[in-house]
Design a protein around this ligand. Structure first.
Ligand SMILES: Nc1ncnc2c1ncn2[C@@H]1O[C@H](COP(=O)(O)OP(=O)(O)OP(=O)(O)O)[C@@H](O)[C@H]1O
Ligand SMILES: *[C@@H]1O[C@H](CO)[C@@H](O)[C@H](O)[C@H]1NC(C)=O
Ligand SMILES: *[C@@H]1O[C@H](CO)[C@@H](O)[C@H](O)[C@H]1NC(C)=O
Ligand SMILES: *[C@@H]1O[C@H](CO)[C@@H](O)[C@H](O)[C@H]1NC(C)=O
Ligand SMILES: *[C@@H]1O[C@H](CO)[C@@H](O)[C@H](O)[C@H]1NC(C)=O
Ligand SMILES: *[C@@H]1O[C@H](CO)[C@@H](O)[C@H](O)[C@H]1NC(C)=O
Ligand SMILES: [Mg+2]
Length: 671
């Protein structure tokens, strides 16, 4: 019996002792045995999460054991003290809901309590009723007008209801620092709160501060209030929370509580870490958007760089030190590209042996230009060539196509010439031309070209050999003046080749016989070509014409006409009767004179000019050493032509750009 009594007493004492303890501390809740309901959970790392993101839900977390606050039903409430660290992390920054409370309630369960602004403590029927016996400190993040909330970021002391007895906007006054500082409850940052009740003075103080800031000596809320009528003898302490339509997570990181004394200090270093949810929630747009934005920016960058590189490559040029002297004559490739509309086919003027020629308009000066793109792999001779063409370009002779400048790229040379609106002479001569030139026009062209060539040979401080005189290289300006184009280009192609080799540049039929043997261009090889050109213009035929039965070699044919005593028979039938017989005869005879196989027998260009001007009387050809039949044929133009080891100017381009008859005669007739 005694034993039973002792057992009963000790049991009772145990129960009483456990109820009276009222002193605990949690630095993280892993070891805690809290009474949880609703959404409340203790996360893996020891955080007490009152709510997760589900909306319109309530949650409670109570210390499992009841705590004795009064010694008797009518007695006074003991002093108590609590502190806790919390954080409110809303899904969207600046929009939280609804907050949480520290609560002291008569029971661990609060059935029938509603979410939202009821904080899971009351419902419409019992809110404000004295029979609730509930004391709470609210951390409210939604302003509710019915409950006379001061704002959406306040701390309030509530008794039996949620219309606070006293409330204040969240903030703190740091010790030894002047001025009140606002705190945003939904900032997602950890904050510490203290609630202290002085049972003797019947005074409640609530204090708030950011975590790591010492407890401020001036509290946020200070209220004289006697809790004795509210409390029953044993009560449960804990937290309650609720969410409205907005998703918010409410976390408690640590908590300590004590009846009749100061709550123990939390060890802030031991508190569990908050999830990095704040950033995630705050910048949902950023977390999902940022990689895309980064990717986007990156791809734009990559594209821009690739474009720049491509553009750089596309418009890359070659510029060497020695070219500085010629910089005024240097064109930017991009300018030429723009001028010729990207070297488009509609701007193509023609295709020659050295490359394509495009028409263009310089964007800055609006001058019309012709751009010749010459592919050129070797650097050899380039320097001399540019020096020469630039110096000739400076001459500005009215019978020479002005070279405006050049541009160099890898494997390519671009020459910029004045645009000649009437094109090249060849198209007025052969193949039943739509437009043909009358005799006075032709004579003017002939004289013009002779001035030009004579100037190249003798009028300039250095002797310049044209090397490629032919009808297609004579261009006609707007007044139908003949102008020499393409000077010197052939030379560029001779450079870099073995001087012993027979690799010769020129066009067949215009090439002097000694030129095909020695590959040495001289003024007299130019004169020879000029002679072929004279015959061409007067006869309207190419120097070599391929026929089914027999090829016609122009020089031979003119010679045979002369031999028969009627040189005029050789004239171009397109001339009709509108010609000056003396002049035609002069040109034909001069043509023969220049076409002699013996270089020394040919006149110089100065003499040619004098003949054409009439300053030098044309003597009978026979008296100049050209004899009529029997005494041997003095025009050996076909000599090279019939030689098996015929030197051929170009391997690729040039072959196809030849006037087809010449090329054909070479390829077929030569074998
Ligand atoms: N400055 C220019 N103005 C107008 N048209 C031009 C000019 N230069 C050349 N052309 C045109 O471009 C065509 C091609 O010229 P290109 O000099 O490349 O070839 P080609 O004279 O037939 O042969 P070659 O390569 O032996 O000179 C010419 O037939 C001419 O109609
Ligand atoms: C946790 O608390 C409940 C309710 O008070 C109790 O039933 C349970 O035994 C406790 N568990 C532990 C491990 O303390
Ligand atoms: C929220 O917590 C409750 C209770 O632990 C759980 O059933 C629910 O799945 C959780 N929701 C989310 C979104 O985590
Ligand atoms: C309100 O809460 C009380 C006590 O928790 C409960 O008895 C009552 O049924 C609830 N009323 C409603 C309407 O939910
Ligand atoms: C308070 O609640 C009690 C019991 O639930 C009820 O009888 C009483 O009428 C309520 N008082 C008010 C003012 O609502
Ligand atoms: C602090 O908050 C109060 C209330 O919201 C406001 O009136 C005051 O301007 C705020 N002070 C500062 C410095 O932001
Ligand atoms: Mg040409």
């Amino acid at each position: 019996m005694f034993l039973v009594i002792v057992l009963a007493v000790s049991l009772l004492a145990n129960a009483a002792a456990s109820a009276e303890t009222g002193d605990f501390m949690y630095n993280g809740f892993n070891s805690a045995n809290l009474s949880l309901d609703g959404l409340a959970v203790v996360t893996g790392n020891g955080l007490l999460r009152l709510t997760n993101v589900t909306n319109q839900k309530v949650s409670h977390a109570f210390y499992p054991d009841p705590i004795t606050f009064k010694n008797s039903p009518s007695g006074a409430v003991h002093s108590f003290s609590t502190t806790f660290v919390f954080a409110i992390i809303p899904e969207y920054p600046a929009q939280g809901g609804h907050g949480f409370t520290f609560v002291i309630a008569p029971r661990r369960e609060i059935p029938g309590a509603r979410p939202g602004h009821f904080f899971g403590l009351f419902n419409e029927t019992n809110i404000g009723n004295v029979t609730n016996h509930i004391f709470a400190v609210e951390f409210d993040t939604v302003q509710n007008i019915e409950l006379r909330d001061i704002n959406d970021n306040h701390v309030g002391i509530d008794v039996n209801g949620l219309t606070s007895v006293k409330s204040s906007s969240a903030g703190y006054t740091e010790n030894n620092v002047q001025g009140f500082r606002n705190l945003s409850l939904i900032s997602g940052k950890a904050m510490q709160a203290w609630v202290d009740y002085d049972g003797l003075q019947k005074h409640i103080i609530v204090t708030l501060a950011p975590v790591n800031v010492d407890k401020p000596s001036s509290p946020l809320l200070s209220l004289s209030y006697n809790l004795s009528p509210i409390f029953i003898e044993t009560m449960y302490v804990g937290f309650s929370s609720s969410t409205g339509s907005l998703y918010t997570s409410h976390y408690i990181l640590g908590w300590s509580f004590r009846v009749n004394g100061q709550a123990q200090r939390l060890d802030l270093s031991k508190l569990p870490r908050l999830p990095h949810k704040k950033k995630k929630q705050k910048s949902n747009l950023l977390t999902t958007g940022l990689p895309f934005i980064c990717l986007f920016i990156l791809s734009i960058l990559v594209f821009a760089v690739a474009y720049a590189i491509r553009k750089h490559r596309k418009f890359a040029e070659v510029l060497e030190d020695w070219e500085r002297d010629y910089s005024p004559h240097r064109f930017k490739y991009i300018d030429l590209y723009v001028a010729t509309k990207g070297f488009g086919d509609e701007e193509l003027l023609g295709v020659g042996g050295f490359g394509r020629v495009y028409r263009g308009v310089l964007p800055t000066t609006k001058t019309e230009i012709a751009v010749k793109r010459v592919s050129h792999e070797s650097k050899q001779g380039m320097r001399e060539f540019i020096a020469e063409i630039i110096s000739i370009g400076r001459l500005c002779h009215r019978n020479i196509v002005t070279l405006l400048g050049y541009c160099r790229r890898k494997g390519e040379l671009l020459l910029v010439y004045d645009y000649m609106p009437n094109g090249s002479l060849d198209k007025y001569l052969y193949n039943q031309p739509k437009v043909t030139l009358n005799w006075s026009q032709r004579f003017r062209v002939i004289k013009g070209v002779s001035y030009g060539l004579s100037y190249l040979h003798e009028g300039w401080e250095q002797v310049v050999i044209h090397r490629d005189i032919k009808a297609s290289n004579i261009l006609l300006d707007s007044e139908l003046n003949g102008r020499l184009g393409d000077f010197g280009l052939a030379k560029l192609y001779n450079h870099g080749t073995d001087p012993q080799s027979t690799h010769v540049v020129g066009t067949l039929g215009y090439m002097a016989p000694e030129n095909t043997r020695t590959a040495r261009a001289t003024t007299s090889t130019d004169v020879y070509a000029f002679g072929a050109f004279l015959l061409e213009v007067a006869c309207g035929r190419r120097p070599i014409e391929v026929r089914e039965d027999d090829d016609v070699i122009l020089v031979e044919w003119v010679y045979s006409c002369w031999d028969k005593g009627d040189i005029l028979e050789a004239r171009d039938p397109n001339l009709g009767t509108d010609f000056v017989a003396k002049e035609v005869e002069l040109v034909l005879q001069l043509g023969l004179l220049c076409s002699q196989s013996q270089p020394t027998a040919r006149p110089s260009m100065r003499q040619v000019v004098q003949y054409l001007e009439g300053d030098l009387a044309m003597q009978e050809l026979s008296s100049l050493g050209i004899s009529r039949s029997g005494n041997g044929f003095p025009f050996a133009c076909h000599e090279g032509f019939s030689t098996p080891s015929i030197p051929y100017p170009f391997s690729t381009d040039k072959a196809f750009s030849q006037t087809s008859s010449v090329a054909d005669s070479l390829l077929s007739g030569g074998r």
